[in-house]
Ligand binder design. Structure first.
Ligand code: MN
Length: 194
């Protein structure tokens, strides 16, 4: 239905639940080559990449003005797969405005949000359809898909001027990693953490 008020500043954000796509917004595509040094098993990474630069995740960011009164939101889709024993995941980031929180709502799939702060505290939130994970300020966050077959789709929302700090994760990694052990997700120390 269409109703028009006097201000008309609202938006309807149509997420295709089957694909996770938001019509009218470009996809930012992240392939395996973009994830260099993110997975702990470098040999497994190289041999998988040699077979093809597969898609690891996509995200859609609705272009909102960057200020502290706007909300940035969109969807993230992490595809199923593993590099060695480590599940496909997003690169992960801190917010440039470090103490900015964020909410991720799981639309479909099964996965986890790995979170850790600069002091080394870490937490894991589970993604199942209908469940949201509230990421507190100061915590880097990374979505991990543990399903062998289904994409993990989430809808995120955060203060629009928070910014993204990927460089810290690119140089140091996360302290913890999620791998498959005896067929189950498990948390291990990152042997490459600096
Ligand atoms: Mn974020």
């Amino acid at each position: 239905m269409k109703f028009t008020g006097s201000t008309a500043k609202s938006m309807e954000i149509k997420v295709d639940l089957a694909t996770g796509l938001i019509a009218g917004y470009p996809t930012l595509e992240r392939n395996l080559s973009y994830m260099k040094n993110m997975f702990h098993d470098g040999k497994a990474y190289d041999s998988l990449l040699a077979k093809g630069d597969v898609r690891v995740y996509d995200f859609f960011d609705l272009k909102r003005p960057v200020n502290d009164r706007e909300l940035a939101c969109g969807t993230s889709i992490v595809y199923p797969g593993k590099v060695g024993d480590e599940y496909f995941m997003t690169k992960g980031h801190f917010h440039e405005v470090l103490d900015t929180a964020e909410v991720y709502y799981c639309l479909s799939g099964h996965g986890f949000m790995l979170m850790e702060n600069p002091e080394g505290d870490w937490e894991v939130g589970e993604f199942v359809p209908g469940q949201a994970v509230y990421v507190p300020g100061r915590y880097a966050h990374r979505s991990i898909n543990v399903s062998p077959s289904e994409p993990l789709k989430t809808f995120f929302c955060f203060r629009a001027d928070a910014g993204h700090d990927y460089a810290t994760i690119e140089s140091k990694g996360f302290r913890k990693l999620m791998v498959e052990k005896n067929g189950e997700p498990a948390i291990i120390d990152n042997p490459r953490w600096k």
